[in-house]
Write a protein that binds this ligand. Structure first.
Ligand SMILES: NC(=O)C1=CN([C@@H]2O[C@H](COP(=O)(O)OP(=O)(O)OC[C@H]3O[C@@H](n4cnc5c(N)ncnc54)[C@H](O)[C@@H]3O)[C@@H](O)[C@H]2O)C=CC1
Ligand SMILES: O=C(O)C1=N[C@H](C(=O)O)C[C@H](O)C1
Length: 222
């Protein structure tokens, strides 16, 4: 075995895609079909039978569906012993905790099951979240603005929620107080409160996905 293929899978990985007719699902199907070491064995969308994933012998399922169904899908995959990668947003801390408990209490006939849930796989988004968490401790004020296409069903975006939660954690660890805010009326114009960080969601035809992370101190904002 050469150094390059240490840890590489010994054979082709069989992949099922849930939400296969959607924007991301179609992209994932195309990427799987283009990869030499992956095989697309099932492409499911709304109304299809999830049991097809196990019947097709999938090793891994990729879920890009909608927030209202993703948790049920993942539970079904865990019960079928299929590892799952989830890009679908809408997960809350409570839903994640419930899923952890479900995984722990489900004896998978095919051994331990891994589940990866990420609201964004984009390099720029992951770096932005990392840098935001680092910067947060140095600023009195922090707010997040996300801008998306009008077909998006959840608000704020999963990425914005994740960003705000990371900023909030960093502020707590640094012992910072709440961001200053003298608002007395019109709270509905101040965005969602995610762990004490205000998050604003814009929906505009022509946009795809953007995020702005704003920090401010007296005399210095970015
Ligand atoms: N993690 C990431 O990097 C990214 C995450 N997303 C998230 O992924 C999700 C999907 O986004 P899009 O592809 O743009 O949405 P979309 O609306 O284009 O596709 C969703 C698909 O799921 C299908 N679906 C609905 N119920 C289903 C069920 N019970 N079983 C199987 N399929 C079902 C729909 O028919 C549709 O084809 C959203 O939550 C979005 O926020 C989107 C882009 C990147
Ligand atoms: O629905 C989308 O389009 C996107 N959703 C994800 C999110 O909610 O963060 C990721 C990206 O913003 C695109």
């Amino acid at each position: 075995m050469t150094e390059e293929n240490v840890g590489a899978p010994s054979g082709t990985i069989k992949v099922a895609v849930l939400g296969a007719r959607g924007r991301m699902g179609r992209t994932v199907c195309a990427a799987v079909e283009a990869a030499a070491d992956l095989e697309l064995v099932a492409s499911l969308d709304a109304g299809d039978d999830l049991a097809e994933v196990a019947r097709a012998g999938a090793d891994v399922a990729v879920d890009f569906t909608v927030p209202s169904v993703t948790e049920g899908n993942v539970r079904a995959m865990v019960e079928a012993g299929v590892h799952t990668v989830v890009g679908t947003t809408g997960w809350t801390e409570q839903r994640l905790e419930d899923l952890r408990n479900h995984i722990a209490s489900t004896a998978g006939g095919r051994g331990p099951v891994g589940v990866l849930i990420a609201p964004n796989f984009g390099l720029s988004a992951v770096l932005a979240m990392t840098f935001a968490a680092k910067a947060a401790r140095y600023f009195e004020s922090a707010e997040v603005v996300e801008l998306h296409h009008p077909g998006k069903v959840d608000a704020p975006s999963g990425t914005a929620r994740h960003t705000a939660a990371a900023i909030a954690r960093s502020r707590r660890d640094a012992g910072l107080d709440a961001s200053p805010d003298a608002t007395e009326t019109g709270f509905e114009a101040r965005g969602a409160d995610v762990d004490g960080v205000r998050v604003h969601a814009v929906r505009l035809r022509g946009l795809v996905a953007h995020e702005e992370i704003l920090f401010g101190n007296e005399g210095s904002s970015s």
